[in-house]
Ligand binder design. Structure first.
Ligand code: PBG
Length: 313
């Protein structure tokens, strides 16, 4: 005697009846690169089909995506001059964009990246001192909250930043703002294309003294536990694909939403492989489904626009 599995695979409707994992529109968070100024749409050479927008030009594609079912966007500000103070100025281009997006799309969840790497002259995510950096990150988060962001997403990997951010938000009447922390962010080569997009490559050295060693999983769970303890209400694991074991463990252990970031290198490698006809385009859905199957509740992905065009609900 042996068990027959093939009858469950006989045709699409039967396969559907037995399917365990579905990706849906509301799973997806669209990362957006925002620049100061007007009337700007710039191609990003390292990321095919991804653009940097000034807010006035962002509204149209954003409107289309919202019409297609987009629920959340993650904003990255890319300033045209370096300098840390502008990151938390109340009339900075990110803060202005937050208000304008909120006004135009009140139902869209706005998540804002909180980091210094696009603002520091040396391209690092800190200004040398860990705790002083955390104080600045808290000011940035507060300025985003005042502008109307729904969620702040610190991506710097300083120790204690969630504690500082939570404190600043709570003391200023913004206890309701979500904190989605990049709790387990690895020192990864998969970020290469993003660093060109966000003009944030370190001018010297690397980020290995603050981002995690790719060899460590137990430590990721400690990082996540610490961020939840400090006040994070959802956590990000990043990159996604080489770290699906960490996604699975985090989902099994913690009771907060687990978000996986399908990062720039993961995007561009697949994009080029599909466009070069090395693999067929179904691979995109296969890969994104694998992230969900591993345990991610949500997925941050540059493939979001094309998924929204295709998927249900
Ligand atoms: C910087 C930041 C990075 C990414 C998100 N925030 C790059 C880095 O840490 O060097 C990478 C995202 C991607 O690759 O898509 N704080």
């Amino acid at each position: 005697m042996f068990k027959r599995f093939r009858p469950n695979r006989i045709d699409e409707k039967t396969r559907l009846r037995h399917r365990e994992t579905f990706i849906k529109k509301s799973d997806f968070i669209w990362p957006v690169f925002l620049v100061p100024g007007d009337n700007i749409v710039q191609e990003i050479p390292s990321m095919d089909g991804v653009f940097r927008y000034s807010v006035d030009r962002l509204l149209e594609p954003l409107g289309q995506l919202v019409g297609n079912g987009l629920k959340s966007a993650l904003l990255f500000g890319v300033p045209d001059e370096k300098g840390v103070e502008q990151a938390y100025s109340s009339d900075g281009f990110v803060q202005t964009a937050i208000s304008s997006i909120k006004k135009n799309f009140p139902a869209l969840e706005i998540i804002t990246d909180v980091c210094l790497c696009s603002y520091t002259p040396d391209g690092h995510c800190h200004i040398g001192d860990n705790d002083r950096t955390c104080e600045i990150l808290a000011q940035i988060a507060l300025s985003h909250a005042r502008a109307g962001t729904n969620v702040v997403a610190p991506s710097d990997m300083m120790d204690g930043r969630v504690h500082f951010i939570k404190k600043a938000l709570s003391e200023n009447g913004f206890a309701g703002i979500g904190i989605m922390s990049y709790a387990a962010k690895y020192a990864s080569s998969f970020y290469g294309p993003f660093r060109l997009a966000a003009d944030c490559a370190p001018k010297s050295g690397d980020r290995k003294d603050y981002q995690m060693d790719p060899a460590n999983a137990d430590e990721a769970l400690e990082e996540i536990a610490a961020d939840i303890e400090e006040g994070a209400d959802s956590i990000i694991i990043k990159p996604a694909l080489s770290y699906l074991d960490v996604v699975a463990k985090a989902k099994a252990r913690f009771n907060v939403p687990v978000v996986a970031y399908n990062v720039s290198g993961e995007y561009q490698m697949l994009r080029r492989a599909v466009d070069g006809k090395i693999v067929n385009a179904d691979i995109i859905e296969e890969v994104l489904t694998s992230i969900k199957r591993a345990g991610a509740d949500r997925i941050i992905s540059y493939f979001t626009p094309q998924i929204l065009r295709k998927s249900e609900g």
